[in-house]
Structures are given as C-alpha cells and as structure tokens.
Design a protein around this ligand. Structure first.
Ligand SMILES: Nc1ncnc2c1ncn2[C@@H]1O[C@H](COP(=O)(O)OP(=O)(O)OP(=O)(O)O)[C@@H](O)[C@H]1O
Length: 363
C-alpha cells in the first residue's frame, strides 16, 4: 500500500530522514516506534506530501506519488494536536473534508456519512457542540472521525493518543482496531509508546536517527533484534546489555563469574575482542546473593507495582531492569545474584552496535 524508498530530508541543516526505506502492506496496522526526534512525523508528513523531500520516492497503492500534491493522495492524517477547526461545530468539523471540491457528495449524503461515522466513534451526542467545549478524549474521537469519514486508502496517525489518560487511550486503541477490522483500512501509526505500539500493530518498524532500524512482527524482533538501538527501544523493561569479551571460545562478561561457550550464540561474525552481550530481562535469572555459580550485583532501585516488583540491578558489566514477583523481597542496596541461562542472549559489535551472533533467542 505504501512504499517509501531512500527518503532524505533535512530542515535547515538538521537531518531528519537519512535514506529511510519502509513498506506498509495493504490492510495492516503498522506502528512506527521511536524516541523523540527519530523522524516519525517527518516520515508521515513525507508520505502525505506535506513536506518537500531532498531525495527518495513515495509509492501509494502501486503509484508513484512523490511529486503529487497532498489532496490527490487519498491519505488521511490525524495529528497529536487534533487539527480541528475551532470555529465549526463537531458535525461540520467531521464533514469538512467531504465538502471539498474533491468530493461531489450531496448534503444529504454528507449528513448520512457523518452520522454513521459519529455512531462508530460514539460521538453522536456531541454533533452540535463547538469543538472547544470538548474534552481531550472527545476531541480526539472527532479528529479520528474526521479522517475516517473520507474513507481514504490509508490513515496516518501521529501520536494520536498520547494526550489521553491511560483508560481512554486503551479504549480508543481497541476502537481503532475495531474500525480497522470493519473497514479493512491500512494504518501507519507513529508513537514512542512501546506498549501502545505492540497493542495495536500487526507489524512494527523501529525508527531512530532517521532510518528504520528493523521492521517485522514483535515476535520477529524479539527473536532476532537487529542491533543495540532496537534492543534499547523494545521490551518492557528493554534489553539488558553487558560489557563482555570473547576469549578462547568463550564470552566473558565483565566482572561476572559466567564463561559462556561461544557456540551457544550460533555463528558469530567476530572471533575475539570486545562485544556487548544483550539479554531480554525476562531471561535473566536473579536470586539471593549466595546462589552457587551465579554472578553478583546490587539492587539499585525497587519499584513496587502492587502485584509485582520492578528492580534495577547494577553489575560491573552494566545495569538492567527486570520485573520480579512480589515474593522476591529485594530492597534497595541489597546484594543479589544473576545468571544468564544457556542459549539465551545475543552478541553485538561493541563499537557499531550491529548484532554479530546468528542464533535466535530461544523463546
Ligand atoms: N520544521 C522543522 N524545522 C527544523 N527541524 C525540524 C523540523 N521538523 C523536524 N525537525 C527535526 O527533525 C528531526 C526529526 O523530527 P520528527 O518530528 O520527524 O521526529 P519525531 O520522531 O516525530 O519526534 P517527536 O516524537 O518528538 O514528534 C528532529 O531532530 C527535529 O528537531
């Protein structure tokens, strides 16, 4: 549905996109997950034709639209700021795009479509209200209705839910999925919220530094994370990294007791030298300080979540965060043990951050 090739964009010398490639398939919800300044908005704006690119090509539904103006692209975009028109009431805001010269609908048809869309988003009771009297959540629904009513071939949603409280966010996310199922629409959803991305998306693209670092299902990414950037942006908590070295066919983690045979990581591109050992925190075993054969660390922080505890463990090779059951009664400053089970973990180039081991994480 959408294919971006080699997109480059700088704003007054500040590079936002550095040769970005991305494919969004027909009928999928694709989440663009990345930190602030990663290039998410620029990617969406470029797809919609709202910024001029320095280089690259945008194909929409099999057609090269790189030089086409935004109005002819049949894309609807919902921004974080909602972009509603304060002088119009809700129903005229929703109807706004349908009254443009690109549509030739009668007022009767427009009213019917606005009514149906409002029902879908449960805002029928708000149709006569001025938009500046609405709550943030209501405004967001109106903004989505306004995009949806056009039935575009594709939706671009830029952090559409970040201004809402958790409950509203979860509710609207479920509704977006529902709308997606009913309309079989294609959505590109930009967010910096990991939980939000995995909850809504069929596939995810990890974006940082103006390029897609990795794209795939969340399972694919967990199984074989492409690089350190991906490890740091995926997971909750994200991947743990330990400074390590390869010596005599073993991976030796700085300050730790374990010597892990290199064979456990599959084929490894480099036979010696400094590496980073990345492990999903769920795979790390932690226990009391006296556990036999384990390495030791210190509990730096404990975050009690009522039904579980999130701990941060400092070790000589690096620190990591992990969720443990409440029955593990760690307190700040305690010593603890940690162990990386066999067959878990990935090796990354210490300088460039690229994954150099080939074995999939056994999950
Ligand atoms: N109009 C602009 N003028 C100058 N620099 C800009 C402009 N728009 C974006 N940038 C810069 O380009 C880079 C990418 O910005 P972009 O808005 O695409 O990132 P983002 O991932 O959407 O970030 P956020 O999550 O904060 O919205 C950032 O460094 C940003 O400061």
């Amino acid at each position: 549905m959408l294919q971006l090739k080699g997109l480059k964009k700088s704003y007054r010398g500040k590079t936002a996109l550095r040769g970005l490639d991305l494919t969004v398939n027909d009928n999928e919800i694709f989440a663009l997950l990345g930190p602030t300044g990663a290039g998410k908005s620029s990617t969406l704006l470029a797809s919609a034709g709202l910024i001029d690119l320095d280089a690259g090509r945008v194909d929409l539904a099999g057609r090269d639209v790189t030089e086409s103006d935004p109005g002819s692209r049949d894309i609807a975009i919902v921004f974080e700021g909602f972009n509603l028109l304060p002088v119009l009431d809700v129903k005229d805001n929703i109807a706004f795009a349908l009254r443009s010269p690109a549509f030739s609908e009668s007022e009767g048809e427009i009213s019917l479509r606005v009514g149906r869309t409002a029902e879908l988003l449960r805002i029928s009771h708000l149709l006569d209200r001025d938009v500046d009297t609405l709550s943030g959540g209501e405004r967001q629904r109106v903004a989505i209705a306004r995009a949806l009513v056009r039935r575009p071939v594709m939706f671009l949603l830029d952090e559409p839910l970040s201004a809402l409280d958790l409950k509203l966010r979860e509710g609207l996310r479920a509704e977006l999925r529902q709308i997606h199922r009913q309309h079989r629409s294609t959505m590109l959803y930009a967010t910096h919220d990991y939980h939000g991305a995995i909850a809504i998306a069929d596939r995810i693209g990890i974006i940082d530094g103006g390029v897609i670092q990795q794209a795939g299902t969340i399972e694919d990414i967990y199984r074989l994370p492409a690089n350190v950037v991906v490890g740091r942006l995926v997971g909750s908590p994200s991947m743990a990294f330990f400074e390590a070295g390869i010596e005599d066919g073993h991976v030796i983690v700085k300050g730790a007791r374990q010597r892990i045979p290199i064979g456990e990581f599959g084929t490894v591109a480099s036979g010696s030298g400094k590496v980073l050992l990345g492990v999903w925190p769920e795979d790390i075993e932690v226990g009391s300080a006296d556990a036999a054969g384990a390495s030791t660390g210190t509990i730096y922080a404990v975050d009690n979540r009522g039904f579980e505890r999130a701990i941060q463990v400092d070790t000589s090779g690096g620190s990591f965060r992990k969720v443990v059951p409440l029955s593990m009664r760690f307190t700040q400053g305690d010593a603890c043990s940690f162990r990386i089970p066999e067959g878990r973990g990935f090796l990354f180039d210490a300088a460039g951050g690229r994954r150099i081991s080939q074995a999939e994480g056994a999950r």
